[in-house]
Design a protein around this ligand. Structure first.
Ligand code: TXA
Ligand code: MG
Length: 331
């Protein structure tokens, strides 16, 4: 194993950064935590059969326990061991590997420590070659929430994971699998198939009209946005927030703002806006003069629709009032 080295060979303190999926699988089998690359964001993975490792996910993230985790598996056959896939789920599974998480009834193979005591489970097949190799080698499932500390935005590079968890993970047991920057950049779309019609709990990498198109021939049902109390942390009003203030503005209103603010405008390209979203938000924390009481970063959001909807959703939460951030659980 190449310990304490990034992809370009630079020396790094703390937890090992590795590139070999076999090593990652061996660490997971031995009860370690491995930060895994996916097409959306990096996840902090543990083998679901190792409950001590699953418990360490919560302490490493500083996440309240009892919060349900997403299972990551290599393919739809493996998914069927852990979740009951009805006709609608089977139809949507054609989007796997891909940025879609389905909530379905859990089988007995899923320890309820992973689901926060629920009888439903969130499952997806991530689209990243290194991680798919890890999952095939394990021939099981890993639980993996986004690999960020409580209150931080999700990580989309190995360096982001080092920044958040480098000193917290155990250098003797854990590792970061460096698979390069995440190509999608925002989390998976979460669709709850335990209700009728299915509900979107979190907009993400797969746009909802595509889900509609796949579901329609199965039962004519049309997907709807979630209602009622928050069931996913992504449904909370303030969640994906950097430490410094973020404001959203339309281009024409920009002149009215502080000229020293960092301006991010990727509105014309929702794909790029998604890919760079969390790195942009992290820059708000690092590149701004900390003595300034007034913020900030000014962001021009892309239009609704496609990935633009997911980016707008995250930006709205990043710009939500700060007070709420400290009391909310975070993913
Ligand atoms: O793209 C993604 O989904 C990333 C990558 C790593 O795969 N993962 C991710 O995980 O965003 P996390 O833990 O940050 O967000 C998972 C969300 C949480 O809001 C959680 O509440 C919800 O999924 N969730 C998990 N299981 C659930 C269940 N059985 N019922 C309702 N919500 C559930
Ligand atoms: Mg999260």
């Amino acid at each position: 194993m190449s310990r304490n080295q990034s992809a370009d060979g630079a020396e790094l303190p703390g937890v090992p950064v590795i590139q070999d999926p076999a090593t990652a699988a061996a660490l997971l089998s031995a009860g370690g935590l491995v930060a895994i690359p996916t097409e959306t964001v990096y996840g902090l993975a543990a083998d679901i059969t190792d409950l001590a490792a699953v418990a360490r996910i919560f302490s490493a993230k500083g996440r309240p326990t009892g919060h349900p985790l997403i299972l990551h598996v290599a393919d739809v056959e493996t998914a069927r061991r852990f979740g009951v896939l009805d006709a609608r789920a089977e139809a949507l599974a054609m989007l796997w590997p891909g940025p879609l998480t389905m909530i379905v009834p859990a089988t007995d193979a899923v320890p309820r420590e992973v689901t926060g005591g629920r009888d439903t489970v969130a499952i997806r097949v991530p689209e990243h070659q290194l991680t798919l190799q890890v999952l095939s080698t394990l021939d099981g499932a890993v639980a993996a929430p986004s690999a960020n500390r409580f209150g931080r935005v999700s990580p989309t590079t190995a360096q982001h994971v080092i920044d958040d968890l480098g000193d917290i993970l155990d250098p003797d047991r854990d590792a970061i699998l460096d698979g390069g920057p995440c190509l999608v950049g925002v989390e998976s779309t979460i669709v709850d198939l335990t209700c009728d019609p299915p509900q979107i709990l979190r907009p993400g990498g797969v746009p909802s009209p595509l889900l509609d198109r796949l579901l329609e021939p199965v039962d004519g049902s049309s997907i709807v946005a979630a209602t009622g109390p928050a069931r996913a942390s992504g449904m909370l009003p303030s969640h994906y927030a950097p430490e410094r203030g973020v404001v959203l503005v339309e281009r024409e209103d920009r002149e009215t703002l502080d000229p020293e603010a960092l301006v991010i405008d990727r509105a014309d390209d929702p794909v790029e806006a998604a890919r760079h979203l969390y790195d942009d938000l992290r820059r708000a924390d690092t590149s701004i003069d900390r003595d300034r009481s007034e913020p900030i970063m000014v962001v021009q959001p892309p239009n609704d629709g496609g990935l633009g909807s997911a980016v707008r959703d995250r930006l709205k939460k990043a710009a939500a009032p700060r007070e709420r951030q400290t009391t909310n659980p975070t993913g």
